[in-house]
Design a protein around this ligand. Structure first.
Ligand code: ADP
Ligand code: ZN
Length: 216
């Protein structure tokens, strides 16, 4: 399955993507994770990405699109993928159609994860992530063990962009640049909406149902 996860920052794209990737047996590709790995490794791409990410802005379309093109051309993506965080602009969506070609573009399904802005704000400020295995935690509802990741034992951290000023800018960026993708994909008939304000398992069940995968 060729799946795109759409939704505001903090909507739960990453959390759902990890589970959906296990169920659908296709790779989970998170542009945010790839950028953060590059920032950590201080690569050329990482230096460029950091200058935008730290301000809550989008990394330029050409940089991001080339990175995704490279990733989805790899062997493990030949039967599908889950894109988490891409496309984030209409230009990226159009570039993706070119990369995939007509036949595969028709197979694209877009899961739009719907959530209110105040839930997003509460989630992001309380979020911690494991830089090693990428699992995310919520200090109140799903806390790590002290500051240690349950899955791999690494020390969890707060993302530098999960602080109030940058969160505010990320939401503005989302509303301006990414929200138009909802209409873009709706008009192509690829969009399904799912609510994600409750617990993780319920949101996942809603997603499976919306994608017609209930019972797998
Ligand atoms: P979230 O969805 O929680 O905001 P992500 O981890 O998906 O976070 O992305 C973090 C940051 O990485 C974004 O705020 C943006 O600066 C950058 N980024 C991720 N994906 C893209 C993309 N497709 N195009 C441009 N920038 C991106
Ligand atoms: Zn971990």
């Amino acid at each position: 399955m060729y799946l795109i996860l759409l939704g505001a920052p903090g909507a739960g794209k990453g959390t759902q993507a990890v589970e959906l990737s296990k169920i659908l047996k296709v790779p989970h590709i998170s542009t945010g994770d790839i950028f953060r790995d590059n920032i950590k490794a201080k690569t050329e791409l990482g230096v460029i990405a950091d200058s935008y990410i730290s301000k809550g802005k989008l990394v330029p379309d050409d940089v991001t699109t080339n990175m995704v093109d490279d990733r989805i051309s790899q062997e493990d993506c030949k039967n599908g993928f889950i894109l988490d965080g891409f496309p984030r602009t209409i230009a990226q969506a159009e570039a993706l159609e070119k990369i995939l070609g007509k036949t595969k573009s028709k197979l694209l399904k877009v899961l739009n994860i719907v959530i209110s802005e105040d839930v997003v704000l509460r989630r992001l400020s309380q979020r911690r992530i494991c830089p090693n295995c990428k699992r995310s935690y919520h200090l109140e509802f799903d806390p790590p063990h002290g500051d240690i990741c349950y899955s791999c034992g690494a020390k969890v951290v707060q993302r530098p962009d999960d602080v109030p000023d940058v969160i505010k800018q990320r939401l503005i960026t989302y509303n301006e640049s990414t929200k138009p993708l909802i209409d873009f994909y709706r008009s192509k008939g690829s969009l399904v909406n799912v609510q994600s304000e409750n617990d993780i398992d319920e949101s996942l069940q809603n997603s499976l149902y919306a994608l017609g995968l209930k019972g797998i």
